[in-house]
Design a protein around this ligand. Structure first.
Ligand SMILES: NC(=O)c1ccc[n+]([C@@H]2O[C@H](COP(=O)([O-])OP(=O)(O)OC[C@H]3O[C@@H](n4cnc5c(N)ncnc54)[C@H](OP(=O)(O)O)[C@@H]3O)[C@@H](O)[C@H]2O)c1
Length: 346
């Protein structure tokens, strides 16, 4: 992304522009990437701006690329929005293998569909979403390269001083959501090995948009005069614009058996300290709840940084943007991350 970042972000149009701004590296990559692009699970919190970033990169590279985005479109507004940005929306329930079989082929696939919240009490639905859907798409897109979103929650909780889990840290998922995410990885790995399909698994820790995310959750609680839970003592997060860029660049990493890439920010931050900084920026008192545990979900993004460079937005920038956004009554998706949960129960 361009080095010129604004002091604050005034509205959703400006926010979407920043979140979908393609880096020079991404424009170059789109220029040489053969074939069309399918984004599966496009209508979620990240998919819309990721699809916009892909479209802008292809346009700036001057290449013709058909980009289509698949979802059930539970929120119908994103259907029209994507269409207006030259991304073709296709309604499909990816759990339905026959419907998946009718989707157009594409040489490049970004797989983003998944289920997290509501797992507790309806575990089977999460397992189906996170393992049956990958099986459907892996069998349909056998000749594609597939970048699949996973999560840093497949790793064990670790002490902050240990530097975060690297891609070589053995998975040790806590709770059924995280276990089903490892299931998603294993299903994709199975089909990658069986058919030679090139795959890259992205273990993402907390994308930061101003309408949701860890910083948004903290800022909203402070703004409402509510306490901030510090049970999860520390976290990593990355500006969603950078996560979008890195995820698309990962198309060139796809391999069989799958490659694995951590995507998160460089900083490991203390929830307490970040809350204090947001409070200072908002000129609000901050109160806390819970007791800091010794371990947290922490990933090491050294590999992504070595390949793609440092994320464009630093933690202090994201803190300032978020505090001002929430203070000004900026839009919220009202979808809490539940970053404080360290029991694996969502
Ligand atoms: N955002 C983060 O900070 C973060 C962190 C770690 C991991 N991740 C992972 O990264 C991926 C993208 O993140 P996100 O925040 O954009 O996720 P998200 O908000 O849950 O979006 C995924 C979208 O996939 C679609 N989908 C789910 N099941 C489907 C089905 N059966 N058929 C068709 N579409 C389906 C849903 O849209 P419809 O209801 O319209 O179908 C949903 O909104 C997810 O897998 C997520 O778990 C995200």
């Amino acid at each position: 992304m361009s080095a010129t970042l604004p002091d604050e972000i005034g509205d959703e149009e400006q926010l979407d522009e920043l979140l979908s701004r393609p880096s020079g590296k991404l424009v170059e990559m789109m220029g040489r990437l053969e074939g069309d692009l399918a984004i599966l699970g496009v209508a979620g919190k990240m998919g819309v701006t990721l699809a916009m970033a892909a479209r802008r990169a292809a346009d700036q590279a001057g290449v013709k690329k058909h980009i289509f985005g698949v979802s059930r479109f539970s929120n119908p507004a994103s259907y029209d929005f994507l269409q207006s940005r030259n991304v073709e929306p296709i309604r499909c329930d990816l759990l339905d293998a026959q419907a998946v079989g009718r989707l157009p082929q594409a040489r490049n696939v970004i797989f983003m569909a998944g289920r997290k919240f509501g797992t507790e009490g309806d575990e089977a639905a999460t397992w189906a979403a996170n393992t049956v859907v990958p099986s459907n798409i892996a069998q349909h897109y056998v000749r594609s390269r597939i970048v699949a979103f996973s999560t840093g929650c497949v790793y064990p909780l670790v002490r902050p001083a240990d530097g975060g889990c690297t891609e070589k840290t053995p998975p040790q998922p806590v709770g059924e959501y995280a276990q089903s995410c490892l299931g998603r990885e294993r299903v994709l790995e199975h089909f990658s090995r069986a058919h030679g399909t090139p795959v890259c698994l992205l273990r993402l820790n907390y994308a930061i948009d101003l309408r949701y995310g860890v910083l948004h959750d903290i800022a909203r609680r402070i703004h409402a005069g509510l306490s901030v839970d510090v049970t999860m003592p520390t976290a990593n997060a990355i500006w969603q614009g950078d996560a979008n860029n890195q995820s698309l660049l990962a198309l060139e990493l796809c391999a069989s058996p799958p490659d694995i890439l951590n995507i998160t920010g460089l900083e490991t931050f203390s929830i307490r300290q970040v809350a204090m900084e947001i409070g200072r920026e908002m000129k609000k008192e901050v109160s806390f709840a819970g007791r800091e545990a010794e371990t947290a979900y922490l990933s090491n993004s050294a590999r992504a940084t070595a390949m793609f460079g440092s994320p464009s937005a630093t933690l202090p920038t994201m803190i300032r943007w978020t505090a001002r956004w929430v203070q000004a009554g900026g839009a919220s998706l009202d979808k809490p991350t539940h970053f404080e949960v360290n029991t694996g129960k969502y």
